[in-house]
Ligand binder design. Structure first.
Ligand SMILES: *Cc1c(COP(=O)(O)O)cnc(C)c1O
Length: 393
């Protein structure tokens, strides 16, 4: 079958049988390697979408492929009612690199699940119900995580959600002070808001959140699902800010692209009642093996340092741009947001034509989440393409 027809077939089948909840781009991706993706016509793209944050190590990293294939031949399923060697090794390695005294973890399969667990553990361990989250915050789409998510686009169709969630303006310390009380179970924040437009926290804001939680006996939950695993130039953004949470939610790049989530628990989170939470797939050896390899690669290839270096380079280049269509360049490490004065949709399509894939973050923000293994040359090509596209608009 000619490739153009193949592509039509793939797109037709998906369009017919998928749920329809995703807006689709006219592009069929069939292969990836490092920071490159290939479509079914054999055309190569520089990937600045990074699997929406799941591909920090790049696509099909040989160490991840090897770890997965070896573990697949050894043991795939093993629910947590049994002990398992690979899971145990991973728990030890993950908690060793985690900030502060986050010495225990609940393992799951996605970001939303990592947040659900965080919310449940915060309620159990404080005996309180109220959660303070932020406007423009994004924490996932299951009913609990969605209650913490702010955007009406996600929440609207599913009301009523879980009660006792409030949303304060991000980076507004006075509003945070007014919202947190002795009835607050937890404050839930992203160190850099991702979906909400790539907005880094002011250091004083995160520190105020930490202090207010301490004063009122509430727990600080940091959602590092997108900022984690090297993305912002440190292994976790909380290290960069010097603020240690009581609960840390992780997912996306945790297992080199395999589905996995983790909720790390600090000393102020009590011992949880048996059977108070659980997950059939949580802590499965296949994901644990991939996650172990991920930590090794991050360290061996010094990917957090690489993200810091390349991110600074990109930000300097973009900030120097004279394009009248750029309102602001924001971000931390290789998590970059370019706020435009125009809608981002046509810019994304024009970039795709030039062989660069990127993401939106709201209607007017162009978001770049390239794999941290991207070469300086390819990153420069992507930035040149952005400038050229904006010049044509
Ligand atoms: C992607 C994301 C989530 C949700 O993760 P899923 O795996 O899609 O459920 C939650 N919080 C943040 C900050 C995210 O970027």
């Amino acid at each position: 079958m000619p490739t153009a027809t193949m592509s039509m077939t793939t797109q037709k089948i998906e369009s017919t049988h998928t749920s329809g909840v995703y807006p689709k781009r006219d592009l069929t991706i069939v292969r990836g390697q490092g920071a490159y993706l290939w479509d079914d016509q054999g055309r190569r793209y520089i990937d600045c979408a990074g699997g929406q944050g799941a591909a920090n190590l790049g696509h099909s990293h040989p160490a991840i492929a090897e770890a997965i294939s070896q573990q697949a031949r050894t043991l795939i399923s093993c629910p947590e009612i049994f002990y398992n060697d690979v899971r145990a090794a991973y728990l030890a390695e993950l908690t060793a690199v985690a900030p502060g005294e986050l010495n225990r973890a609940f393992l799951s399969n996605s970001g939303a699940e990592a947040i659900e667990a965080a919310l449940k553990f915060a309620r159990i361990s404080t005996g309180r119900r109220k959660i303070v989250a932020a406007m423009r915050g994004f924490h996932g789409r299951t009913m609990g995580a969605l209650s913490a998510t702010w955007n009406k686009k996600y929440r609207g169709p599913f009301m009523p959600l879980v009660p006792d969630f409030t949303h304060i303006p991000y980076n507004n310390i006075a509003a945070l002070e007014a919202a947190v009380s002795d009835a607050t179970a937890a404050v839930l924040l992203e160190p850099v808001q991702g979906e909400g437009g790539v907005r880094p926290a002011d250091p004083a804001f995160l520190q105020a959140a930490r202090d207010l939680c301490d004063t009122h006996g509430a727990l600080l939950i940091l959602d590092e699902i997108q900022t984690g695993f090297g993305r912002t130039g440190a292994l976790f953004a909380s290290e960069y800010y010097g603020v240690t949470p009581d609960i840390l939610a992780l997912a996306k790049s945790i297992a080199g692209g395999l589905p996995m989530g983790a909720t790390l628990l600090g000393p102020r989170v009590g011992v949880l009642p048996r059977m108070s939470h659980g997950s059939t797939f949580g802590g499965n050896p296949l994901a644990a093996a991939a996650a172990r390899a991920t930590l090794r690669v991050l360290q061996e290839e010094r990917l957090p340092q690489r993200a810091a270096h390349l991110g600074a380079l990109a930000k300097t280049r973009l900030s120097a741009s004279e394009s009248p269509l750029i309102r602001q360049v924001r971000g931390l490490g290789l998590m970059i947001g370019i706020e435009l004065k125009i809608k981002v949709g046509p810019v994304l399509r024009a970039l795709q034509e030039r062989g660069v894939l990127a993401l939106p973050a709201g209607a007017t923000v162009l978001r770049l989440l390239p794999p941290l293994v991207i070469s300086e040359e390819d990153l420069t090509y992507a930035i040149d393409a952005i400038e050229a596209v904006l010049e044509e608009m």
